[in-house]
Design a protein around this ligand. Sequence first.
Ligand SMILES: C=CC1=C(C)c2cc3[nH]c(cc4nc(cc5[nH]c(cc1n2)c(C)c5CCC(=O)O)C(CCC(=O)O)=C4C)c(C)c3C=C
Ligand SMILES: [Fe+2]
Ligand SMILES: [Fe+2]
Length: 340
Amino acid sequence: MSNHLPPNHPPVPQQKIGVLLLNLGTPDGTDYWSVRRYLKEFLSDPRVIETNKFLWWPILNLVILSFRPQKSGHAYAQIWDKEKNESPLRVITREQTENLAQRLAGEDIMVEFAMRYGNPSTQSVLEKMQKAGCQKILLVPLYPQYSATTTATANDKAFDALKTMRWQPAVRTAPAYFDSPDYIRALGDSIREGVAKLDFEPDLVITSYHGMPVEYLQKGDPYHCQCFKTTRLVREYLGWDKDRLMVTFQSRFGPTEWLQPYTDKTLEALPGRGVKKVAILAPAFHADCIETLEEIAMGGKDTFMEAGGEKFAYIPCLNASPGGMDFLESMVRRELGGWL
Ligand SMILES: C=CC1=C(C)c2cc3[nH]c(cc4nc(cc5[nH]c(cc1n2)c(C)c5CCC(=O)O)C(CCC(=O)O)=C4C)c(C)c3C=C
Ligand SMILES: [Fe+2]
Ligand SMILES: [Fe+2]
């Protein structure tokens, strides 16, 4: 194309396909201002907090942002990757991106990641990809179960960026993969291997999903049903009895009712019912983060042991494990069908 360009013609990059992995986001540091900046952006998103904005503004700015950044900053400090000086969520999302890029090398595909809140921002990465010649981009929200609070807002943010572009790439969005057989296989294998590595036989394995207000389910968010379906399919894949795998919901925020049963209340009650050895995993997360490493692996363990539990183990998310990456590669190749 370039040998026909008239003088002063802007450069035209070589055409490529782009794959953009989208995750939630995380603070840049554990200090008050870094966490505050992140929480402010996150909790100002009307897809996440549906409370009337005039009521929510003083609650967020005068109450939550005065206290929560310090509390959350302390929690982030306990799980921070000190070597890379970065939050685990970003370290792992980058590893997934680099691993996927290697797997797709030779196909002229640019693989990047971006965050809905914080850095690298969705706008900046999409601009970089567009300038590099990506005229077809697959958006991959890294949430197995669809929710308006995660998947939809990640896509919204990407569409906001596209609105600002003169030469807008064609985009596709990858669907949620809660019931995809290759995802169920990767998750089931990670549970089987995670349990086999333990020095005890768990009485119960808990699949603890991130919670959300019950009101969002009542308004039509399919997340609740998709969580239950993931657990049912994985139990069928493993060939386990119904009472060996349980669903709970974690990370409750604010005073309203959230999806139940709550993970913390369940962990508190189980030893009293004779369930003293548990393994737990968090299938709503494709990468480990504060909600899994601090809230469940640390806080959940304390809750369970203090209530009389004897053995507790946390099984990590798929992260950049070979099984997790095999799934991600096959899903991306499938969603790129017709473009490659
Ligand atoms: C306030 C309401 C929240 C809803 C609804 C919600 C849904 C939701 N979130 C995830 C995944 C993640 N959440 C993470 C952190 C996090 N979540 C909330 C609140 C809601 N989430 C807060 C306030 C925070 C910040 C941490 C804190 O202060 O406690 C993260 C981890 C980010 C990290 O930096 O490690 C993820 C991932 C899902 C899947 C979900 C949907 C149902
Ligand atoms: Fe969350
Ligand atoms: Fe449901």
